[in-house]
Design a protein around this ligand. Structure first.
Ligand SMILES: *Cc1c(COP(=O)(O)O)cnc(C)c1O
Length: 484
């Protein structure tokens, strides 16, 4: 029987009942919730627990709950679970990437990892010295938090950070090449996804394009010709990120271009797109540019994305000679292009890990995933296949070799050998299975190769195998329902 008011329950009783309510921390540490481990999920659990205990308290105060109606641990778990806002209620949802494409443009590019995010969350969830010099008690610049680290890692004299690399290219060109003839190889006048076309960005920035060389071959003499005959004053090199010309080709390396630039006194700008901040060999990759090497090779200014091979958040990093970088800080476009505190907090944390490359390979998920060896992946795939066999008898699960990619236009044409679980079923077509697991509570995105669904394990994060197992268990239930 519920009491209808305070009259039946004295103040002391109420206090006594109140003390019986589990604390928020006790709830979130109940074994029932042990599997909720991601920082975002833990935060949501805490919110739900707080909401629940708050309501419980109000109901006790209103005399609606007596001592013997205090919920048991089981009741608490059920009630809090019901209050957790499920991912499926949100528009932006966690998704399992089983494609083997590490920097997947459609799936959020670089995953950031809990250790980097928990530090960044601490900064972003409260106030910080984003634009404040703590020692002097004065206004300061937001870019200073990461500049020293970028310089230390790349060997550059100075650096600025903007919102993404497209902005970086625009800002660098606007600051250095506006109103100036700028030579670019015809083979590098590329479109990089969406509407980022090199000629368009150049004209928007005020740089005047001097097309140089041909589509498949550009030589040092072509740049010399652009300077001597056509009056080029700036040399721009663009990494042809998402395609590779094969066959009869020739292009000018950044060190050759830098030498030409020095000879004629022309600044040399290199849009790398995707750059490693650690030696690529440590990651086990033998293609792609390393930011430090490009600076050593003599580029005056380089720019690259924060969320490609750097493995951090969306950002555009511009690094190089101080005389070119400093004017960018006061460029009036800077205000439109500047990064926010969350980006800077994540960048700072990523950069700190990159100071020790071996640490970076463990803590930066993109680097970790790229460095996984075929043998490790085969083991992972075998373990996953075994789990899937135990929950889904209607399908066959076979471990196969597969070809993974860096993605994001990062290492075009580079195939990285990986391992996958290949799924075959007598009762479901591959595209039906693909659709089913994509429609699961936490969507699982996988590819179809040669008529089979292929789950590449390289891009699976901690806990993703539990989700895939649950998705196939659900598939099995559905298939069995039809059989009855
Ligand atoms: C990806 C890329 C860009 C655009 O970078 P965002 O970070 O996506 O803005 C520009 N240039 C090159 C060469 C690229 O590869």
């Amino acid at each position: 029987m519920k009491n209808s008011g305070n009259s039946d329950t004295g103040k002391n009783d109420i206090n006594k009942i109140m003390r019986m309510i589990p604390k928020v921390d006790a709830i979130i540490n109940m074994p029932h919730f042990a599997e909720i481990s991601g920082s975002a999920e833990r935060a949501e659990l805490k919110r739900a627990a707080r909401e629940y205990t708050g309501e419980l308290r109000s109901r006790i105060l209103a005399g609606e709950i007596t001592q013997d109606e205090i919920p048991t641990e089981r009741d608490v778990c059920a009630a809090v679970s019901a209050r957790i806002i499920k991912d499926a209620d949100r528009s932006l949802r966690k998704t399992v990437n089983a494609t083997g494409i590490v920097i997947h443009t459609n799936l959020g590019r670089a995953p950031l990892g809990d250790s980097i995010m928990s530090r960044a969350a601490k900064i972003a969830s409260g106030y910080s010295n984003l634009e404040y010099d703590i020692e002097k008690g004065e206004r300061s610049q937001r870019n200073l938090h990461v500049e020293k680290l970028i310089c230390e890692i790349t060997g550059a004299e100075a650096a600025v950070v903007v919102n993404n690399n497209a902005s970086a290219v625009f800002l660098a060109l606007n600051s250095i090449a506006a109103g100036k003839k700028t030579a670019v190889s015809r083979g590098e006048l590329v479109e990089i996804g969406g509407s980022f076309r090199v000629p368009d960005i150049m004209s928007a920035s005020g740089a005047e394009l001097i097309e140089t060389g041909t589509t498949n071959k550009t030589k040092v003499s072509d740049y010399v010709n652009a300077i001597e005959e056509k009056g080029a004053e700036v040399l721009l090199k663009v990494h042809t990120s998402n395609f590779k010309i094969e066959g009869f080709t020739e292009n000018v390396s950044i060190s050759q271009l830098a030498a030409t630039g020095r000879e004629y006194g022309c600044p040399v700008i290199y849009d790398i797109g995707a750059a490693f901040l650690v030696q690529r060999e440590l990651v086990g990759i033998h293609d792609g540019e390393t930011a430090r090497k490009c600076i050593e090779d003599g580029a005056d200014v380089i720019m690259f994305s924060g969320d490609k091979l750097m493995g951090s958040t969306q950002a555009g990093i511009i690094a190089g000679k101080r005389k070119y970088i400093d004017p960018m800080r006061s460029n009036s476009f800077m205000r439109m292009l500047r990064p926010d505190k969350l980006q800077l907090a994540i960048l700072e944390e990523t950069l700190i890990h990159c100071l020790d490359p071996r640490d970076a390979i463990e803590s930066v998920p993109v680097l970790k995933m790229l460095s996984l060896k075929k043998e490790e992946l085969t083991e992972k795939a075998e373990a996953l296949a075994e789990r899937l066999r135990s929950v889904c008898g209607s399908c066959e699960f076979e471990v196969t070799a597969c070809s993974d990619e860096a993605g994001g236009g990062s290492l075009p044409g580079v195939e990285i050998s990986g391992a996958a679980v290949s799924v075959l079923s007598g009762v479901r077509r591959a595209d039906e299975i693909e659709r089913f697991i994509r429609a699961y509570d936490i969507p699982v995105v996988a590819r179809i190769r040669d008529g089979r669904l292929v789950i590449s394990v390289r891009t699976l994060l901690d806990g993703d195998d539990d989700i895939i197992e649950a998705a196939f268990a659900k598939l099995e239930m559905e298939i069995n329902k039809e059989r009855i």
